[in-house]
Design a protein around this ligand. Sequence first.
Ligand SMILES: Nc1ncnc2c1ncn2[C@@H]1O[C@H](COP(=O)(O)OP(=O)(O)OP(=O)(O)O)[C@@H](O)[C@H]1O
Length: 564
Amino acid sequence: MRPVGSKYLLEEPLGRGATGTVWRARQRETAGAEAAVPGSPGETVAIKVLKEELANDADIVMRFLRERSVLLRLTHPNIVRVRDLVVEGDLLALVMDLVDGPDLHRYLRENGPFTPVAAALLTAQIADALAASHADGVVHRDLKPANVLLQQQGGQMHPMLTDFGIARLADSPGLTRTSEFVGTPAYVAPEGAEGRPQTSAVDIYGAGILLYELVTGRPPFGGGSALEVLHQHLSAEPRRPSTVPDPLWTVIERCLRKSPEERPSAENLARGLRVVAEGIGVHVNSAQIAAAEGVGALLAPDPAPAQVPGTPEPFGSADPTQVLPNNAGTYDPNAATSVMQHTSGPAGPQGAADPTAVMPSMPPNPPGGPGQGGGPEDPHPWQNQLRAARDRNEQTQVQYLDPSEDPLRRRPQRQAGRPPQQPPQGRRPQQAPPGQDYGYPQQQPQQYAPQRQAPPPPQPQRYAPPPPQQPQQPAPRPQREPREPRQPRQRSANPMRIPGLGCLKGCLFTIVILFVAGWLVWEFSPLQGWIGTTKGYWDQLTTWVGDITGWIEDVSGSASDLRQ
Ligand SMILES: Nc1ncnc2c1ncn2[C@@H]1O[C@H](COP(=O)(O)OP(=O)(O)OP(=O)(O)O)[C@@H](O)[C@H]1O
């Protein structure tokens, strides 16, 4: 058993997420005044020990301490209470109430979708928790079934939202600097995916995705790769399953609006969902049905959404202090914006983005800067992400180089050319188990026998980018077909490589050619008549050779006479 600080002992791991491991732990002694809940010796608690890379980052430790008061003061019946924060050496830990029950992700996987009424009532309680935290200026930013724990209370399940503030820690400049942020795109709001300003409306979008998943068994946007899912968040409309009643669909559709300004406030969402649950149940009267059908009127947008610290300010906000949350002291206008929420755990339903996909953090993106609609030539944030991923992960590709383009082609090449290297194979996202039936009712919330097990640690995965759509960029140069390797030169005429033999052969060949050409000219041209000898070719050649020899002897004879 490992001690955490002087007051807690870790007993057994309950599960592991992207930001750390959650342990069942026991309190050794009563915590000091700095803890929100002092506790008593022997009490069981849950402790989330944050990953080392978070704990080793000075920025994150600072942020952790600065947000201490925010995390400790968040109390609500549907929020898992943070009792204490421990910073000791390289250990960073959150001490929480232990919740006896599964998380919603696991529950869904094991029991299938909820009925529309149950889904609406459960999401209404989550919306209650969001309304309380938003009123306190705290945006969750990582709303997903894995962050909703289901506590058993008298045979009923009571949803408890957890992991407040963790997304903000993971979003700190320190982690962005390392560019290693593990995340899932399945619950990211469009503005978050694009690195645009974020407000509490991102939690409403997350609640809409969660509600959709509760009634259908899967999130609305899935795909083969994380980028495909992001693309759908930005441009696709969610498909409405025929089994979702009209009033419930109205709520889902409002939450999933692409424009954050059109989404309801958490408070209105909670109210609307309760009205819907009443109007679509079994024993309903006509007034309840009418109220449910008019739910759209209840879903008024939030007039003053809480701003996410560290993200660009919303457009049109002249005064940045107007959007500061209550915990204005934690506002950091220079904090880097990360667009990916993290997640972990087993693969989701079929078609869902792989929760363990490694997503690069967005580079800091100032308002009006690249990627914010500044101009058509600005790279899209996805392109930045892709480039970052490539810079980080992909090996340099060795490709065939045409000799005409090789500046070194005249130099002796000592190395045999390497074969073209295959691009690294991006691991396909894990295939989730077969999708579940869309119909309802499938499952009413049931008694759950808690059965804990540590899920395997998330495996970072490379995501496969979809075909690039970059009309404003010059088309990439088509790759050349690798050439056939050249056959080695045949040198059988001089296998012994005798020096000069090649030259001698050439000379002899030239002499033969001259001899044959001379003979042809001698026989078939008037040359023979002009010279007038009427000799044959060979005789004439012999005569010429004799004349030349005699002339040489005369010349050499007269030269020796002169020397004497
Ligand atoms: N307060 C708690 N009480 C009991 N179990 C908990 C508590 N908090 C978390 N757990 C369990 O621990 C496991 C891991 O939790 P964690 O929050 O790390 O997972 P996650 O939400 O999937 O990851 P992350 O939020 O870091 O991406 C989950 O299965 C959850 O059920």
